[in-house]
Design a protein around this ligand. Structure first.
Ligand code: FUB
Length: 450
């Protein structure tokens, strides 16, 4: 059994949701009233000696995170790494997209890895008594599966189905670690070569160029198969519906459009406390290298006929911020001309400094950002603004009806410093904020009330 690293570390609201490391391929699951996140973990490329492919995914371990409010995430630390997989190549850096489900009080963590012998990927299982672990990695990978990106659907027909790779699916035995005896096989041609493939291809006949990352779920008598595929040059997330877990599936459209600057997207869909969410990733902290990605979340909505509304990714993300937190207004809900965001440490050669986050630059008088859903509870008496402005200036914080919460006069400074001001007219409860620069050339890192 592998011990937990116990590096519990809180991270905070907005997108991306994990702010202390890269976190790709986020699979979210609800266990015991909490939401758990099982992403993969991009790391900066290992040394050229260890990992010669500087341009490729470099992934050596898994972390698990949890949240009760969708705004504050706890990192429960590393659950295991590539050296702890008995059947895996210990230096392959190929710990790609995982999944985790619970059955009869046991937690089954499914993950791809490169096998010690042969080529491609196998899918392994690690088992624990708790969602955070400690996990025991099983000695062998699942026989019959060669591929990446496992997802397990526990269907209301009483069976569990494993999906992987480009939409293949097979039933699992009750033990959750072997394929059912009646798993079909078929011969599939790739160019001139023929391969014996296990299970069924649920994306047969559907838009599925370079498809990967299947995530299946059930809702209101329908099965949904969501998956990334290449529409033009990079991946989009599409989905298909069926009345049966193993299909046939009918293509229904896009859930998320492609990124201009990140080739992959990878998704999971989960209902937490009555709201549906789409988890996905983007290269927020790594604009020049799209193999260093970060998990994000936005709300997802169904139409009355069961189809899914396309999700427009936001920086604001989900959840409510307490007014007393550091409110990173660069994760805005909307922004005007003359205001823009950039990394706090953009010119620093050390790109790990990007985890310090962003700032908002108000270049023009009258420019603003709107930041929704801040909870003032019983109200606030003061506001702290962390800002930089050589000449200083004026900033107004108001609600969306135009009620001025406070208007402040910033002193000139040459580095980010905090200044505290009285709040003149505090809202109570949840309020959407508008932060307007009344003068030009002001940079704000965060604001916070007390
Ligand atoms: O993270 C490595 C691979 O990139 C995943 O397994 C794919 O789904 C894609 O996101």
């Amino acid at each position: 059994m592998i011990g937990l690293a116990m590096a519990t570390m809180p991270t905070f609201a907005q997108n991306p949701i994990i702010r202390n490391q890269f976190s790709a391929d986020p699979t979210a699951r609800v266990f015991n009233g909490k939401i758990y996140l099982y992403p993969s973990h991009d790391i900066p490329p290992a040394s050229a000696e260890d990992f010669p492919r500087k341009d490729w995914f470099c992934m050596e371990d898994y972390h698990v995170f949890s949240s009760e409010n969708m705004t504050e995430w706890t990192d429960h630390g590393k659950i295991f790494d590539q050296k702890q997989v008995p059947w895996g190549k210990p230096d392959a850096y190929s710990m790609w997209a995982p999944d985790c489900i619970e059955k009869d009080g046991k937690y089954y963590f499914y993950f791809p890895d490169a096998p010690k012998t042969g080529f491609g990927f196998g899918i392994g299982v690690a088992v624990a008594d708790n969602p955070e672990g400690p996990y025991t990695v099983l000695d062998k990978n699942i026989e019959g599966i060669s591929g990446i990106d496992p997802c397990v659907l526990q269907a209301s027909d009483g069976n569990s189905y494993i999906f992987w790779g480009a939409g293949r699916c097979a039933k699992l035995k009750d033990n959750m670690i072997e394929l059912a005896e009646d798993t079909p096989t078929e011969i599939v041609k790739f160019g001139d070569r023929e391969f014996k493939m296990t299970g069924v291809n649920c994306l047969n006949g559907l838009p599925s160029r370079q498809a990967e990352g299947p995530f299946a779920f059930e809702y209101n008598g329908n099965y949904y198969l969501t998956y990334p595929y290449v529409r033009n040059n990079t991946e989009v997330i599409g989905y298909a519906m069926s009345k049966n877990p193993m299909g046939p599936y009918e293509y229904k459209g896009l859930i998320l459009e492609e990124w201009p600057d990140c080739w992959t997207i990878h998704q999971s869909v989960v209902n937490y406390k009555g709201q549906w969410y789409l988890f996905y990733h983007h290269n927020n902290y790594s604009p020049n290298f799209d193999k260093s990605r970060s998990a994000c979340v936005d709300s997802l909505f169904f139409n009355p006929d069961g189809t899914i509304q396309q999700v427009k990714p936001t920086l604001r993300g989900v959840g409510i911020n307490k007014a007393t937190e550091k409110i990173q207004i660069d994760r805005y809900s909307s922004i005007s001309d003359g205001a823009s965001i950039s990394y706090l440490y953009e010119n620093n050669a050390d790109t790990t400094k990007r985890f310090e986050g962003w700032k908002t630059t108000f270049a023009k008088a009258g420019s603003y950002v709107q930041y929704n859903r801040v909870d003032f509870e019983q109200g606030a008496a003061k506001v702290i603004i962390n800002y930089k402005s050589a000449k200083g200036g004026k900033v107004t914080i108001s609600d969306l009806k135009g009620n001025v919460i406070t208007e402040v006069k910033l002193k000139g400074n040459n580095q980010f410093t905090e200044q505290t001001f009285p709040v003149k007219n505090s809202p109570k409860g949840i309020c959407d904020l508008k932060i307007t620069a009344q003068t030009q050339d002001i940079e704000i890192d965060w604001i916070s009330f007390k």
